[in-house]
Write a protein of this length. Structure first.
Length: 320
């Protein structure tokens, strides 16, 4: 070990011994707050469900502070949750709500006379933070880093449902607008992850997993025509042409009911689907090499042995 490595080792040892009491206190004595907000909200404190919220706005305020981890002015929070009240009454309601939160998770909040913030230095786990962190490369345009199917599956496992599912807060239009935007943001991110996962499964020829992923994406957005086409392709690749055509009829019905439009013609969809008949039983018209210039001696076309029963056109020569 040289002099530089010895100095670095001594410095790290000194830093560990210096902060050892705080790290021990943080790991052992500080309660860990776990928040599951993608879906029906759940709060756990040291593994136990957190109960005792006085109102729905108390739960909504805690979720808002956790997602927006910066310092908030009390006046801004009062206007966000009680916009139709006078400032004095709104401040009184906020004071009572913060008192309820202090009794539940007081160590995870920093509250003074003017500002309120979530204590990020306290141990906590947030599914929204983990979800966005794992799917950050999808937000880059163009996407420079290709995510693996395993990482996409881990991130999508966190997305149980829409953000704060079932959360209804009355007489708080600014909060409802913020909630709508957040739901759209996380929903769009989950859709991009599912689309990327379907593409990877097609490239890796994992057709069964691709079918399950398309089913999940269609459950979120039944009107997505491109996903219907990918599912038809996967059904055809797994030897289910009848189910692929049934999927096309389902897509046509959904688009007609929702938007009064028709999907792409079935002939265009069939051209994108791989053939279901073996290559040995296809003729020149239905073979993948149709339209190419043939080389070698011309052979007689035996149309009665062809699967598509295509009769070749007989051309008349001039002068006979």
């Amino acid at each position: 070990m040289n002099i530089a490595e010895n100095s670095l080792y001594q410095y790290n040892s000194f830093a560990y011994l210096l902060f050892f009491p705080y790290n021990l206190y943080k790991k052992v004595l500080m309660p860990k707050l776990e928040l599951y907000l993608l879906g029906a909200p759940q709060w756990l404190l040291d593994g136990a469900p957190l109960k005792g919220f006085a109102t729905r706005k108390t739960e909504a305020l805690l979720s808002y502070l956790v997602v927006n981890r910066y310092t908030h002015q009390r006046s801004a929070l009062a206007a966000l949750f009680w916009p139709e009240m006078a400032e004095e009454h709104a401040q009184n309601n906020l004071r009572r709500t913060l008192s309820n939160l202090r009794s539940l998770v007081g160590s995870h909040l920093v509250i003074d006379r003017q500002t309120v913030a979530f204590a990020t230095h306290r141990p906590y786990w947030l599914d929204v933070e983990q979800f966005t962190h794992r799917l950050t490369p999808l937000l880059a345009k163009p996407m420079r880093v290709s995510l693996s199917p395993e990482r996409l599956e881990e991130a999508l496992a966190l997305y149980r449902d829409v953000f704060l599912a079932g959360c209804v807060v009355h007489d708080a239009l600014p909060f409802d607008e913020w909630l709508r935007k957040e739901r759209e943001r996380f929903h769009e991110l989950a859709v991009q992850a599912l689309e990327q996962l379907i593409t990877l499964y097609l490239q890796q020829q994992e057709f069964v997993a691709g079918l399950a992923t398309t089913q999940r994406l269609l459950a979120m957005e039944p009107w997505r025509e491109s996903t219907h086409q990918q599912r038809m392709r996967l059904l055809s690749l797994t030897g289910q042409p009848a189910n692929a055509l049934a999927q096309f009829e389902l897509c046509r019905k959904i688009l007609a009911e929702e938007f009064q439009i028709d999907p792409q013609p079935v002939a265009a969809v069939r051209r994108r689907m791989p053939p279901s008949t073996p290559p040995s039983s296809r003729c020149c018209r239905c073979s993948p090499a149709a339209g190419r210039r043939r080389r070698g001696p011309r052979r007689r076309r035996r149309w009665w042995r062809c699967a598509c029963r295509w009769r070749p056109r007989r051309w008349r020569r001039w002068g006979r």
